[in-house]
Design a protein around this ligand. Sequence first.
Ligand SMILES: *[C@@H]1O[C@H](CO)[C@@H](O)[C@H](O)[C@H]1NC(C)=O
Ligand SMILES: *[C@@H]1O[C@H](CO)[C@@H](O)[C@H](O)[C@H]1NC(C)=O
Ligand SMILES: *[C@@H]1O[C@H](CO)[C@@H](O)[C@H](O)[C@H]1NC(C)=O
Ligand SMILES: *[C@@H]1O[C@H](CO)[C@@H](O)[C@H](O)[C@H]1NC(C)=O
Ligand SMILES: *[C@@H]1O[C@H](CO)[C@@H](O)[C@H](O)[C@H]1NC(C)=O
Length: 629
Amino acid sequence: MLSLKKLFVLATSLTSIAGSPVQGKRQASSSLDAWLTSESPIALQGVLDNIGAGGAKAVGAKAGIVVASPSQNDPPYFYTWTRDAALVFKLLVDEFIAGDAALETHIADYIGAQAVIQGLDGPSGTLGDGQGLGEPKFNVDETAFTGNWGRPQRDGPPLRATAMIAYAKYLVSAGRTSTVLDLLWPLVRNDLSYTAQYWNQTGFDLWEEVNGSSFFTIAASHRALVEGSALAASIGQSCSYCDSQAPQVLCFLQSFWTGQYVNANINTNVGRTGKDANSILTSIHNFDPTVTCDDQTFQPCSSRALANHKQVTDSFRSIYSINSGIAQGQAVAVGRYSEDVYQNGNPWYLATTAAAEQLYDALYQWDKVGSITVDTVNAPFFQDLLPGTTSGIYPSDSATFTSLMAAVKSYADGFMSIVQNYTPSNGALAEQYSKADGSPLSAEDLTWSYAALLSANDRRNGNVPASWLAAGANVLPSQCLASSATGTYSSVTATSFPTGTSVPTATTTHAGTTSTSSTSCPTATAVAVMFNEIATTIYGENVFITGSIPQLGDWNTDGSSRIALSADKYSNDSNLWYVSVTFAAGTSFQYKYYRVGSDGRITWETDPNRSHTVSRTCETSEVVNDTWR
Ligand SMILES: *[C@@H]1O[C@H](CO)[C@@H](O)[C@H](O)[C@H]1NC(C)=O
Ligand SMILES: *[C@@H]1O[C@H](CO)[C@@H](O)[C@H](O)[C@H]1NC(C)=O
Ligand SMILES: *[C@@H]1O[C@H](CO)[C@@H](O)[C@H](O)[C@H]1NC(C)=O
Ligand SMILES: *[C@@H]1O[C@H](CO)[C@@H](O)[C@H](O)[C@H]1NC(C)=O
Ligand SMILES: *[C@@H]1O[C@H](CO)[C@@H](O)[C@H](O)[C@H]1NC(C)=O
């Protein structure tokens, strides 16, 4: 983790000299400091108590399984969710890398548990075609949960990939690349394959209520594909399906922006404003400490994310009694979304800490950038804090920069102070707190609440996670296209996961194989075929592939079932279009490329049809080079 002591020393010292908005805060701020110092170890213990096998409140959970909450009834949360577990372990990996060495055995247990979970057959499907990875929740003994549920949920695989990639990057830097190759990469690859294949289909949002396209899910998908590809490259692998899909995922992500805020759920009609903590959580989980205030990846300091922060937090000002009388520009209790009726619709601890965390992230970014830009999009956010703030670029040596930094720090601390006010004296964090009187409500000891408190506190102290290379991943393609690419699914059995310097032992078997081969190279059942087509196109033209088997659309050229090639490597020197499609090894088929002009007209390649037979070796990928004819 990087340190940002300088900024916070600066911001603290400013409270005594800056303008009126921050005066009188010193007492509150120092009692918040004291509370966070005592609450942080309670929160970390709260997380560990909910993780099997040794967790005091997770009795019966297998090793590495994160129980959402010990609450068995009303609400029944004694299950493990892929999303919650991934977010919790992303935090634990960051804490481990920052120096808490004792966490590594838990990380190893988590990875071993996910190898089992990935392979389970359940109501969403199986690992064979990836669909089983979209199953949202499991029993704590690592068996499938088969009751009715909002499924699939497509944020689980990319979030799990991100948690594992953070640890994998550490292993690579520690010289333990073989562990990554043998064990982590096959697990990460499954989740990346799922993400590349299914991101463009509807599913349930992180609150498990809306079947549509969720901003949080799409952003998590983009991030995982970007850093997954980089991890692959660092270990001598590749992820062509990540590379072909990531720009399209980013393109789609932009369509959630309404002009004033993010509409959290689209491709659905649930009769809500769309202002939802979903989007604030997105900004903190896609925070990259090395980039500037980029709107495309919705960085915490971006104009869009700040405008959205105001709109979302303001939506709770008038609906909770505990917020009444709190002036605009002062922090309030924050829930999921204003129309929420679950448990009568109350503020959530993790939504309130997220509102603080986004601002701590933004402070870090402005400090790095060396200026704050106020523009027409984010001006309403800043004007709440410092009335009269006008558009402009304020460099770090300007008085306005200094006042804005202090005001935002104070505002962020306000959200943490709300959490402090409504946390009982034993430090326990439930899921919600009452909108009427602030008392804890719903599931007790919510693991995610504890993890959220810890990450917000880390950011407050200037401890930030590693970059996910967002800087190189914010270029939008010229046109958003519906698309999909398939990768490789293989089941992994972690017989024992190595920590420290011990020797890894793991066996990787490809899904569906019952190979008894004792070689170190099992025959692949599925092969990702990279189709490279050199085609000189004009602006507005796109290239597609179709062919004689279902994976290639059965010669279909209908808009919705088109398989698009990507042009993101196209240049004047290399007119390359490409797409990766996965087939069973040994499959034979005919195919052809066609192009579609901006007027929708289709132009086919000339005859004859092309044909190809997929290899049947231990290689899981191959390349076909073609040139338009
Ligand atoms: C698929 O992507 C296209 C292009 O971005 C978009 O218009 C469409 O809404 C997406 N559909 C889903 C379900 O993600
Ligand atoms: C989710 O919505 C899609 C259409 O957008 C529909 O095809 C699918 O059946 C729905 N799934 C569930 C579980 O309701
Ligand atoms: C690519 O070619 C076009 C047309 O010849 C030209 O206008 C453009 O400047 C070229 N771009 C680069 C990067 O060379
Ligand atoms: C290519 O395949 C299509 C679909 O099977 C068929 O209709 C067409 O005749 C084939 N073309 C040639 C030249 O064989
Ligand atoms: C495909 O083209 C690439 C780049 O020109 C080359 O490196 C590779 O060997 C080719 N592969 C095949 C199977 O022709």
